[in-house]
Ligand binder design. Sequence first.
Ligand code: ATP
Length: 239
Amino acid sequence: MSEIALSVEGLDLYYGDAQALSGVSLDVPASGVTAIVGANGAGKSSLIRTIAGIERPRAGRITWRGREIQGRPSHEICNLGIGQVAEGRQIFPTMSVLENLEVGGHLPRARRAKAETLAEVLTLFPRLAERRGQAAGSLSGGEQQMLAIGRCLMGRPELIMFDEPSLGLSPALVLEMFRIIERLNRERDLTVILVEQNVAASLELAERAYVLETGRIVTSGSGRELMTDERVRAAYLGV
Ligand code: ATP
């Protein structure tokens, strides 16, 4: 059994009176990829946002490397090594590529090693190095996604949560995105939580996977197990 880096127990989240997460529990193995699968509106982004400290749960516990973190502010959670690449990229369009990356390096945990991390990120994404002085808003969709990942890496996270990283990308770039996530996981020992509409590809990478339906976990297993699960195949793999 792998060591568990992050565990979520009995998480309830409400938006006003509307319950978005109901008793969600899951374990994220250290150095592994954990996939969260579910239809639109199932609560995948809400789960990521709650772990990231952007939403406050009404009940439940989130434990990161033995420490309870639920309800803590997002900057504190980032500084504990949990990074997030939000849906829709959310880069700063009028700032340059370099300035966007520097924003990610301001976290106290990352400040001292900023120059070294920047060099690593620019090596990982040569396109960003070529365009470092350019306004981020003028990058292509794929480059903007790389920038969002690069900015997150500047905070030296140990866990990265990706929310639909391949949304809006061409098929070739979708493949590249998966390759990058796989490399980050394998070569840099990053723990990954992955929410992806490309369910088959995300299950293939996943050591563990969870299916979320209307705010509840309904199935879990290894990625391989879920790939052969009849309900998952019918609902998410179109077979
Ligand atoms: P998608 O793939 O469409 O992003 P999702 O699985 O990530 O879906 P969430 O975005 O987490 O789902 O949404 C879960 C539920 O919570 C939905 O019913 C959604 O309408 C609702 N919801 C999400 N954000 C808010 C908010 N800020 N205020 C009110 N309701 C919200």
